[in-house]
Design a protein around this ligand. Sequence first.
Ligand SMILES: C[S@@+](CC[C@H](N)C(=O)[O-])C[C@H]1O[C@@H](n2cnc3c(N)ncnc32)[C@H](O)[C@@H]1O
Length: 257
Amino acid sequence: MTRDLSLVGTQKLGYNPVYCNWDAWAGHWKPKCVGKPQFIQAGGIAEKMKESWEANVEPGVKIVDFRSPVVDKLPAQPEFDGMGMDLPPDDARAIHQLITDFRKEHGRRPYVCEIGSWAGRSAIIMAKAGAQVLCVDTWEGSKNDEGCKAYDGSRGTPLEVFKRNTASYDIGYMQADSLEAARRFPDQKFDIVYIDAEHDYDSVKADIEAWLPKAKHIIAGHDFQSFPSVRKAVNDTLGGCIASGNVWRAEVGVACG
Ligand SMILES: C[S@@+](CC[C@H](N)C(=O)[O-])C[C@H]1O[C@@H](n2cnc3c(N)ncnc32)[C@H](O)[C@@H]1O
């Protein structure tokens, strides 16, 4: 297990996530006492592991050699690139809470559809909290968001940066306009729909109306405090909601105010 993790980690993350002291390994209790690991050839390893790194390894390379030159060829795990957009810590906590509350109540991980993801920051928070996330975005930026507009494209298109940022998480994506994407899904497809695209009154109202039927349990979103237009659209459309700071949520089919 540790060996597989080391090799898969080295291939996918660009570093070895597992460290072990070879001498401590030798002699630890097993049904029989084993010696120190010996060099083996790539051809002698289990099929599953072989497949996982064969693409990067020349036949005959000894496992002990994998740090160099193989590791040098692997891309290092990228730093998160927000492309000009940040998220206050309180908002991040509330998004995390949205997922943990669901898990506590339902005893399983939710399937979340996020409308408006940009660099993937909020999607990653949800994925880290245990959600499976589908991100719907045009990746063309929002009219009212200076952060999106400030990104100069020097590190790739916004979608390319998003894909790099989210590569190691359970996050999928659909590049599409919000309302057009909503038409592609059957009703109640997602446990939670999280809305954070345009922030003017008409757009938020249209997003809520289009996505409400697609949510089985919760419809939620961002900027309840920072945009009065969002607050009004949420209240007018859903008859109120629970707000945790800037993050609003409403249980589907339950009116509150
Ligand atoms: C505020 S950002 C999302 C930030 C992200 N939720 C976070 O907290 O990290 C808004 C995103 O909505 C997207 N967007 C704006 N209008 C849209 C539309 N009509 N359909 C799909 N995405 C849209 C923009 O491209 C942008 O990426």
